[in-house]
Design a protein around this ligand. Sequence first.
Ligand code: SF4
Length: 427
Amino acid sequence: MQKAQKTYHIWTIGCQMNKAESERLAGFFEQAGYNHSSDLDEIDLIVLNSCVVRQSAESRVTNKIHSLRHLKKERPELTIAVTGCYVDSDIESLKKKHPHVNHFFKPGEYPYWLEQPGWEKTLHGSTGPATYVPITQGCNNFCSYCIVPYRRGRERSRPVDDIVNEVIELVNHSTREITLLGQNVDSYGQDLPGKPDLAELLKELNSIDGLLRLRFLTNHPKDMSDTLIDAISSLEKVCEQVNLPVQAGDNEILRLMRREYTVEHYRRLIERIRSKIPDIALSTDVIVGFPSESEEQFRNTFDLLADIRFDTVHVAAYSPREGTIAARDLEDNVPAIEKKRRLYMVEELQKEIAAGINAEFLGKTVEILVEGRKKGKWQGRTRSDKLVFFRDTENHLGKLVNIRIEKTSPWSLQGKTMKVNNLNGEE
Ligand code: SF4
């Protein structure tokens, strides 16, 4: 019996960039007449959107590719495609290594073999009230521990008009909050004619009717400008939230990481941000156990985190990534058990700080955009990106709701409905 419609499935691992790209690919496949399905026995097209930022992620990708060999043997008509950071410039050797894969296409490219005209204008797949929109691909920095520039290539920015049109379409399909994505959003536009910057892009997007909130990540401390800080403080749809990865609180370690700023520069930048946007929520990324990191150098990082008191800290223990400068030139000489101890210390410190910051919300009313349901509760986020849960029998999806906070933890807030605002956020 002939199937009525072709089906696709996308398997995604990795960062928000990958998740955003998978959404866009889903939109493309749907426009090309495919339906989403998870039934592997029936599926016509499987796409693996891969990540290789860590060795463990790369192993998951190769295991998954291998595991599809049997399926391809049973059903030769199945199309298997691989995209994401696993696809580097040497596609020919990937084809030799995995002959059962039909197509390899680079991150940010589109499934060229389908030859669907007009794919550039394709909407995301099933989008919710809050979604991601990539504004750049690749990165021009070469932080010594990072594989991204080798896999994703040099930075390419999408033209302002392209992004504006996509956001308008998303808003027409009920999206209310957009997070702009790039490896380094602060260098957005430097490769475009007229060199528009992120502040200019935000200004354009801020004027789109029906859009309620704008966020962006990731910032780079060496590139974040005062113009951008001014834009965050003056544009009403831009949320009071900045992700500014510090990675280490010690100048020698920062030098070895090739981050191109000092701890003093970073602290001054945080001061400027806080003086212009007093209610800003700050998040950061930290690597502990970088090659040669002494106890004293780790303490410098720990003290910086204790001083600044970030809302969120993403901490990782260093592990060498083959193909990077650090893996080639620096000995991974901090013992695993010591890395674990440092990681634990940062996690415990941050738990205490986040518990304190969140406790201040107790008894206050916050406005959240409701993004979905989990375990019988509605969930949404404040402008400062705090995760909030509440129970209610009404359907609040995509609405702005005022919630009075009754319980807090380091990770989230809980409360009850006070008021539901209309879609444009007017009371
Ligand atoms: S800024 Fe550094 S860490 Fe971030 S993607 Fe570029 S090279 Fe990697």
